[in-house]
Design a protein around this ligand. Structure first.
Ligand SMILES: [Zn+2]
Length: 352
């Protein structure tokens, strides 16, 4: 139902695109500490994320996705390219995410991150979920966790499934040094439709086809190093890797991380990476965000914190106005998500 609202004054942009998100991680904030402090990227996966993802069920995924979609909207992000994993609740999970985003009004592209971490049956179930969702007309890609957690057989099957659906593969590549073999294993499979996430440890001339998605905050948080995305021939886009969907904030951080590496770097590069999101999710160009600041110029925005949407329209419908979503009750979503988080945390406390 369209809501008639007068457009406020301010600079404007199309809807922003988060080119790599994990909506399943929205409930993770405040989670119980891991059994011991992780000292490497591999241990961050093992002790935090791979304990969290097995604790998810479809109800927790629903509230996590809804909270993440709400938080995207309130930062002017109208399109999310999501990468999902929930090894004990695979079937139907992508539809749960798509439906939660649709309720809030945010566009989403879904992918299930296939992996052999839970054996061949787990990989088969992940491929089947991608196939089920895409066959039903869902907007998405085929997800792969990363080459280093998949057999060559699974990687080939995922690439083949993507080809049959006319989409790309959404895969973490060389985020940490554990994934050093990714180039050799993916070289014959990757196409221009693929999303290569992180690429921190890729050689400059890696030769993989696809768009490289840079996630500067996540890379700093995991201490995996600076990806130096300006060195790649590939198109580069920006993602959050699950730490919210505030793309103006990610742009500012992408700029300053670039600048820390190269004092001649200018904000136009990071703004170009943000703009690549519209090539990946062209529908977001039809969305409109009116901001609390103008002009929306990269040099100014790199040094102006706290710029917020005053109004967001998606496909002609106002979905955010006067500090509130128009389709859903933000207070109710936050309360239900907090309740879901308590359930998740008690599961984690009982996970060895
Ligand atoms: Zn990721």
């Amino acid at each position: 139902m369209a809501v008639i609202v007068t457009e406020p004054a301010g600079g404007h942009t199309p809807g922003l695109v988060c080119a790599h998100h994990h909506l399943y991680s929205s409930l993770a904030r405040g989670m119980p500490a891991p059994p011991r402090t992780p000292t490497t990227f591999r241990e961050i996966l093992e002790l935090i994320w791979w304990r969290l993802d097995v604790a998810l069920d479809l109800d927790l995924i629903h509230w996590s996705a809804k909270l993440g979609a709400l938080e995207a909207l309130e930062r002017g992000t109208t399109a999310i390219i999501d990468h999902h994993e929930s090894p004990t609740a695979i079937e139907g999970s992508l539809s749960v995410i798509a439906d939660a985003c649709a309720e809030v009004g945010v566009r989403v592209s879904c992918a299930y991150g296939v992996t052999d971490r839970h054996g061949a049956a787990g990989a088969t179930a992940g491929l089947a979920e991608n196939d089920r969702f895409l066959s039903g007309g869902g907007r998405g890609m085929v997800g792969v966790h990363a080459a280093f957690t998949c057999t060559d057989h699974t990687l080939a099957a995922a690439a083949d499934l993507a080809r049959r659906h006319g989409v790309g593969v959404h895969v973490h590549v060389a985020e940490g040094s554990d994934d050093g073999g990714a180039v050799a294993r993916l070289a014959s499979l990757a196409t221009d439709e693929w999303l290569l996430i992180h690429g921190v440890h890729l050689p400059d001339d890696h030769g993989l086809a696809g768009t490289l998605v840079h996630n500067p905050r996540s890379n700093m948080n995991n201490a995996v190093g600076y990806a130096r995305p300006a060195r790649f021939a590939n198109p580069v886009a920006l993602g959050t890797d699950g730490i919210g969907a505030d793309m103006l904030d990610e742009f500012r951080l992408a700029y300053v991380a670039h600048r820390a590496d190269d004092v001649t770097a200018a904000p136009g590069d990071a703004w170009g990476w943000l703009s690549t999101g519209w090539d990946l999710f062209p529908e977001a160009r039809d969305d409109r965000v009116v901001w609390s600041y103008e002009p929306m110029d990269p040099w100014r925005l790199a040094f102006t914190t706290g710029v917020s949407p005053r109004q967001v329209s998606i496909d002609g419908e106002v979905v955010w106005a006067d500090g509130q979503p128009t389709r859903v009750d933000a207070h109710e979503i936050r309360a239900k998500a907090a309740e879901a988080a308590r359930t998740l945390f008690s599961r984690l406390e009982n996970t060895p």
